[in-house]
Write a protein that binds this ligand. Structure first.
Ligand code: AMP
Ligand code: GLY
Length: 462
């Protein structure tokens, strides 16, 4: 079968790489892809980003399954567009993707369905927002309502920082994030504890959890410096014990899937709950992402032994059945009738998602991100990359902001590479990843030297 992956980051390279290992797959296409996916023998880059053009291309090419990597096309309704034309696609509808694309939507949803989260208030009025933080004091967290590419959250340790964040997000500045034409902020209680990424594969109601993971969001060693999309990650996350796992499923994941279905917006796709685990063992959901994490995906894909094609075909089966039976979910604008020339029929029978068991490599995996000079504020592009080690079963270099022209690889984005290794212990995985990274050269490269330190020291919940 032919498979399409939408996106261009390290997450998409890892997803495409994993899918391409399946013996059911003829070609994996990545739109638009990067320098790493361009080099891979079984992967082909497609230079299309427009949602409608992509859908037309997928129909012409008889793409059996499409997997969406990043949040932006989901918020634009790529899943609605593909499903309305009878294509099989894994990801939430535009309406369900509001769990990530609108902080106000997700906070109101969590409150309505009693899902534990930081207490909060929502504001559109700048004066009311300033008054509120004066009353509550700092530390406090100010979040822009809308997709902000990692720049929409300010953890304000002082009142001054909180006021500045409110001015930035609700003021007249063009940098203010708009949601449905209106700037809004969520101001919420500051929580302390250990963070973990908890990601499940969902088909509308059933789900299967992926291996646990933790990322390092700050730019510099010892979790110092500005927030980034993530400078490294490892799996498993020791902080997610069997009890924490069960409690997360019980208190966060299941109520979310039931709540979305009850609200008429069933959730299919990867669901990523950002957890804060307090030292008392309470779990709060900091945020939802409607996609896999980046760089969490890279170590998770290295550890996954099950064929990802089987998992995602099972995860889309009930949705395909609904679409082809013509069941209409009004809020999602799905077709009233099956598409007459559906390309989503497949000769295989895929078991329901609740019958799928995931098999994991017992070894931990750890990925170190190499970022461009100037990341995250203003990354420089165009540096020549050399010294890439040969990929092996245990060490992979996943590409993100790279492009290739006539065999020369250059930097083209903030996060450039993620060097990911499997090792008998987390320490060994760390050593292998840093050893592979040692040979890679590009001007201004920055990376953290301590990825995994929290797990290696024993996570401190204080
Ligand atoms: P979010 O995009 O909502 O996950 O926020 C990005 C990062 O900001 C999180 O990974 C946390 O490190 C931090 N953060 C968000 N909300 C809170 C909170 N209520 N208390 C403390 N830190 C937070
Ligand atoms: N690494 C965090 C994220 O993907 O949102």
């Amino acid at each position: 079968m032919k498979i399409l992956v939408i996106g261009s980051g390290g997450r998409e390279h890892a997803i495409a790489w994993k899918l391409s290992l399946s013996n059911k797959v003829q070609t994996v296409y990545v739109a638009p892809g990067n320098g790493g996916t361009a080099r891979d023998k079984n992967i082909v880059n497609i230079p299309i980003t427009d949602v409608v053009k992509l859908r037309q291309w997928a129909q012409e090419e008889q793409i059996m399954l499409t997997v969406v990597g990043p949040e932006a096309p989901l918020a634009q309704g790529v899943v609605n567009e593909f499903r309305a034309h009878g294509l099989r696609i894994f990801g939430p509808s535009r309406e369900a993707a509001q769990l990530e694309s609108s902080k106000a939507f997700s906070k109101a949803f969590m409150t309505r369905h009693s899902i534990p989260t930081a207490s909060f208030e929502t504001f559109t009025d700048i004066g009311a927002a300033h008054d509120y933080v004066n009353k509550t004091g700092a530390p406090i967290v100010v979040k822009a309502d809308g997709l902000a590419a990692g720049k929409g959250v300010v953890v304000a340790m002082s009142l001054e920082e909180a006021h500045q964040a409110i001015d930035f997000m609700l003021g007249d500045a063009p940098s203010g994030v708009q949601h449905n034409g209106q700037a809004r902020v969520v101001i919420e209680e500051f929580l302390q504890g250990e963070e973990a990424s908890f990601i499940v594969v969902c088909d509308g109601l059933q789900n299967v959890a992926l291996a646990t993971c933790q990322d390092h969001k700050r730019l510099n060693d010892n979790d110092k410096g500005p927030n980034t999309g993530g400078m490294g990650a490892y799996s498993p996350a020791p902080v997610v014990t069997a009890q924490i796992h069960a409690k997360t499923m019980r208190e966060i994941i299941m109520p979310t899937l039931k709540g979305m279905a009850a609200d008429g917006v069933p959730y299919s796709g990867f669901l990523y709950a950002g957890l804060m685990i307090t030292k008392e063992g309470a779990i709060k959901c900091l945020e939802f992402n409607c996609r896999l994490g980046d760089p969490e995906t890279q170590p998770i894909m290295m550890r996954l032994k099950t064929d990802l094609v089987d998992v995602l075909m099972s995860a889309t089966q009930s949705q395909v059945d609904r679409d082809t039976q013509g069941v209409v979910v009004p809020s999602q604008g799905l077709p009233a009738r099956p598409s007459p020339r559906s390309v989503i029929s497949s000769p295989h029978v895929w078991p329901a998602l609740d019958r799928v068991d995931l098999d994991w490599d017992r070894r931990p995996a750890l990925g170190v991100v190499m970022a461009a000079k100037g990341y995250p504020q203003s990354p420089e592009k165009g540096a020549v990359i050399s010294g890439l080690p040969q990929d092996t079963q245990d060490v992979m270099v996943f590409h993100a902001g790279t492009s290739e022209h006539e065999g020369v690889l250059t930097t083209s984005g903030g996060r450039v590479l993620c060097v990911t290794a499997l090792g008998g212990t987390l320490k060994l995985a760390q050593q292998l990843a840093y050893k592979a990274l040692d040979s890679i050269v590009f001007e201004g490269a920055q990376y953290r030297k301590d990825i995994g330190f929290r797990a290696l020291q024993g996570a401190k919940l204080d």
